[in-house]
Design a protein around this ligand. Structure first.
Ligand SMILES: [Fe+2]
Length: 369
């Protein structure tokens, strides 16, 4: 098999002439002619350039698989041309041709990415052999590059699949809670929707947005650890029952901490969504800006949905009344900026207002109905 047949000349695939492209760069015209003849006999489509600058122009017009370049040239010497080619046409193989049998110069060229070098005067067979080897090396490098790119794509696809599975398992946790507490059905989805609208109004970054949605979906997950008799009690809670329910942020945070190491903002939503702006919340009695912004956002979203959603023992509040209540509590229970951001999002209808306020039928829905 000839060397040429081994060459994958990706640059010439689109043209009718499928011969691999070679650019010969030398300031001596007779030498260019000799090299051209040798390489054309070897099956190359050759062009030549009398200087490094001309070579760059030629490559801009049409890239090449192989550049055979002299070292000593005016304006741009061979090493500078080599660096330019490495930088701009990294798939091009460069073989240096130099009049000096200088080991240091050869090392410098190889260190700068030359595939090989030949010294003048050269023999025809030497040129053919070195060019063939350079193209085989290039072929291997291109195969390796393609393999790496495919591998990276496969790894990314696997990471995405893993992330989807991970989110699906978190979703099943949220579902488990909704089975235990049917009246929270749809609550976490709506809280996520409202919280996202607030976060977007506040101009929070992408990382916050993604984690706020995740944290909102899971914010009440700790209620899995709350007694069902308390969770589903139709009526006001006793002090003991209230304190028991209010353990859910910490329970949820404990459950999710090992799973959400890479999502600290989502964890903050879970732990701190019952903190109050005035510091009288739970569990850490944080106040003002000491409450993570994602939790301040979620607190507004959570309360709005709690107010507007019906319970067996009370109807849901009208949207305008709930908004007025949020504003009344801005600065005490809620971050005023988050309340205003929600008001703007609400006015702009940044999210669908819930037809989901209609409860899903459950075994207890006769009460709700
Ligand atoms: Fe909660």
């Amino acid at each position: 098999m000839s060397t040429i047949s081994l060459v994958r000349d990706t640059m010439s695939e689109s043209s009718a002439d499928t011969r691999p492209r070679c650019l010969i760069v030398d300031d001596e015209a007779p030498l260019r002619a000799v090299l051209r003849r040798i390489l054309e006999q070897q099956g190359f489509h050759c062009r030549d350039a009398a200087s490094g600058v001309d070579a760059v122009v030629a490559l801009e017009q049409e890239p090449a698989s192989l550049v055979l370049s002299d070292y000593h040239m005016p304006e741009m010497d061979g090493v500078e041309l080599l660096r330019t080619i490495r930088d701009r046409w990294p798939d091009t193989a460069v073989v240096m041709v130099t009049a000096v049998s200088d080991v240091e110069l050869a090392v410098q060229c190889l260190a700068n990415g030359a595939m090989d070098y030949v010294t003048k005067p050269f023999r025809v067979e030497e040129i053919r052999g070195r060019v063939g080897q350079a193209l085989e090396k290039r072929e291997l490098l291109l195969e390796n590059k393609t393999y790496r790119e495919n591998l990276e794509a496969r790894v990314q696809a696997q990471a995405r699949a893993y992330e989807e599975l991970f989110l699906a398992s978190l979703q099943s946790l949220a579902d488990a809670l909704e089975v235990k507490d049917p009246y929270t059905w749809g609550h976490s989805v709506r809280v996520g929707r409202y919280a996202m609208a607030i976060a977007i109004e506040l101009g929070l970054d992408e990382q916050h947005l993604v984690q706020i949605e995740l944290g909102s979906r899971l914010h009440d997950i700790g209620k899995i650890g709350v007694r069902e008799t308390v969770l589903n009690k139709d009526g006001p809670l006793t002090d003991e029952e209230y304190h028991h329910v209010m353990e859910h942020p910490v329970i949820g945070w404990r459950i999710l901490s090992p799973l959400l190491r890479d999502a600290p903002h989502a964890l903050s939503v879970v732990r701190s969504h019952h903190e109050r702006y005035d510091g009288r919340g739970a569990p850490d009695h944080l106040a003002g800006d000491n409450i993570p912004i994602e939790a301040r956002v979620a607190a507004v979203a959570d309360s709005f949905d709690a107010m507007t959603s019906g319970r067996p023992y009370r109807a849901g509040m009208a949207v305008d009344d709930a908004m007025a209540e949020l504003e009344r509590c801005a600065g005490s229970q809620f971050d005023p900026e988050c309340v205003q951001a929600f008001k703007r999002a609400l006015a702009a209808r940044a999210f669908p207002l819930p037809d989901s306020f209609v409860r899903r039928p459950t075994s207890r829905s006769a009460v709700a109905a």
